[in-house]
Design a protein around this ligand. Sequence first.
Ligand SMILES: *Cc1c(COP(=O)(O)O)cnc(C)c1O
Length: 378
Amino acid sequence: MITFNKPPYVGRELDYIKKAIANQKISGDGEFTAKCTAWLEKDCGGQSQVLLTTSCTHALEMAALLLDIQPGDEIIMPAYTFVSTADAFVLRGAKIVFVDIRPDTNNIDETRIEEAITKKTRAIVPVHYAGVSCEMDTIMAIARRHHLAVVEDAAQGVHAYYKGRTLGTIGDIGCYSFHETKNYSMGEGGAVILNHPEYREEAEIIREKGTNRSRFFRGEIDKYTWVDKGSSYLPSDMNAAYLWAQLEKADDINDNRLASWKRYYDGLKDLQDAGRIGLPVVPEGCVHNAHMFYIKAKDLEERTALINQMKGAGIQSIFHYIPLHTAPEGKKVGVFSGEDRYTTRESERILRLPMYYQLSPKDVDRTIAEIHQFYKEH
Ligand SMILES: *Cc1c(COP(=O)(O)O)cnc(C)c1O
């Protein structure tokens, strides 16, 4: 059986977890959290501040709290995304305004954003699908023109770039995921990327239950107290220890995934050239991280048949998001702006192929062969 995902494991994770235990510091903000944070800040170009969180969902919740999103505020995002992108703002009472995606990258269609803006709009949340960047120059220009915040959902975009800038550092706030399905993992975890120094103190307070404990630990104040609203968004240092093993080997992980990605691409290009399937598009200026490899079948029916045939051959291939505006909760809290030209159509075509660190070239080739077989028969 070729599974769709295997959590990344590079070898030193247990040593580091034992070290965290030996440090007698298994709660948050210990040695390994500091190491991961320093690595991420460097990868972010040195201008942003990074705080590890318990998930990307929680990083998004922190963003909504930092922006002081209020009931009735409107947040613009694609409907083709994970529920957390919306949930974080729904928890603050916001109304979600969904915008169509582009059929090439499956990212928010930047040309459809401006018509979705109203007097109540507060933020735009671009999602970098598959680690391929949204058209950020255009999105930032729209946001500045209308005085809106930009929160990048870069859950899939760690160690990926747009015109030389790290995803997560282009908007006002960025959010990463280190869930076991992502390129670098700590089981459950994430990070919030703060791109303005003035967010830092408030973010630390929100992350530490509304207290100024972070300043206390740095010796800046002699006792800590409850100063604002907050929650508990800091991960255990044991989880950070697992992540540190991965970040130390980030280039190895990245190169390995990119090699699988390229092998799929080269092996399936003939089917794309023959007009049978679609392949991922990486626009100029985008450096992706091989978070995902997908193909696009003709339609839902063809995709379902292909999934079943692959399953029969022992290969797990899976579809992805059900567009949020068609989900029961999405209908309650959101509206779709304009026409759904591509969101539903593309979501029904996408088929994700096995992709993980150390996926064997042999398994990639078997998957490619099975897809060729399917299209020969159909
Ligand atoms: C994985 C993912 C999330 C959620 O990440 P968690 O760390 O599991 O909370 C949010 N948005 C997108 C686009 C994702 O892919």
